[in-house]
Design a protein around this ligand. Sequence first.
Ligand code: CMC
Length: 390
Amino acid sequence: TGLTALDYGFVNTASTKSKITYIDGEQGILRYRGYPIDQVATNLNFLQTAYLLIHGEVPTQNEYENFEDKIRMHTLLHEDLKDFFSGFPRRAHPMPVLSAGVSALSTYYEDSLDPNNAEQVETSTYRLLAKLPVMAAYAHKKSIGQARLYPDNSLSYVENFLRLTFGNKAEPYVQNPVVVNALERLLILHADHEQNASTSTVRLVGSTDANMFASVSAGINALFGPLHGGANEAVLTMLGEIQASGESVSKYVERVKNKEDGVRLMGFGHRVYKNYDPRARLVKDTADEVLAALGVNDPLLGIAKELEGIALEDDYFKERKLYPNVDFYTGVIYKAMGFPTRMFTVLFALGRLPGWIAHWREMNLDPQTKIGRPQQLYIGEQQRNLPGFN
Ligand code: CMC
């Protein structure tokens, strides 16, 4: 009919207007609600950032306390929902466990599913923010065969998550402020990135008037893919392989440049950034701080820095405008903190949750939103007849 422009991967097509996040990939600029990412990451905590993304402004003290209190009220999971975690295989990857858990929230909390009821939308926002870290920690506990702990609401959001993940019933868990602050910062740096694949998924599912739990569950599944949230795992695997092979870093870079077996420098390059990813700088500083504070001397950090140094000076990477992205140094930090590799993408999901919620709500309130329904270019058979028809 001539109405359809073909745009694989939506490289040129805007699916919506948005006021939440601004990116200039050529210049390496990222702003949440107008505020530069470095200002947000060094001055706000994760829940203040969540409020900023969702409501558009930094909360006043009163607004913040109210927001935090509401989230605290919802940290407990229904006891039956806790049993749900027992049903998965012992080695279950925590990402599908998490998305299944979020999907199941629709069955336990039927009183907050109506997307056209502002109060219910508010309640599901609090429920999601409160319960996702608890479910993430339970998915981890399940995979290591340890008992689940109840949330301790005297702790902050991030402290609570760390205790639920690393604490156990036998010993008191001692929080380390350097780890807490670093995780706050990493979650902030992942909190939104405009219309990425998982956020677009959340918006698309939400455009059918599906509830927020269903939409976010779909977003978690989109994030699970190795081209999206899974890259942080892949970087650590790559660094480990370089270390184990005993191969020099420059030799590995040569293999990447020669595209041997399609090998890529994981954690490098980005669809949008053709300059240094502004988040990567902050992550790199955080890596130095955390490893120093924990007294960890991980040779993988040295390999990462050497790789970055060589790549930034090399014409192959310069010509293609390939720079470290947000995930280049995160894995080294998460490993030093004690997270198993399989939890890395879960940490991305915890960070991205406020962005998903902010976009779902923006989509839901926008009178111009229509059900998402892409066109296609049909390239199949023209009409033909089964035997016996003319
Ligand atoms: N190592 C080596 N060469 C690369 C890399 C890399 N990491 N990334 C791109 N190139 C080359 C690519 O081979 C191509 O070269 P040529 O023109 O000679 O064929 C050129 O650069 C352009 O690459 P592209 O694949 O067309 O770029 P894209 O925008 O489609 O891909 C990307 C972006 C992020 C998928 C890609 O850079 C990549 O695979 N990076 C490694 C994986 C990674 O770190 N992903 C995390 C993304 S950030 C977190 C998130 O958003 O989830």
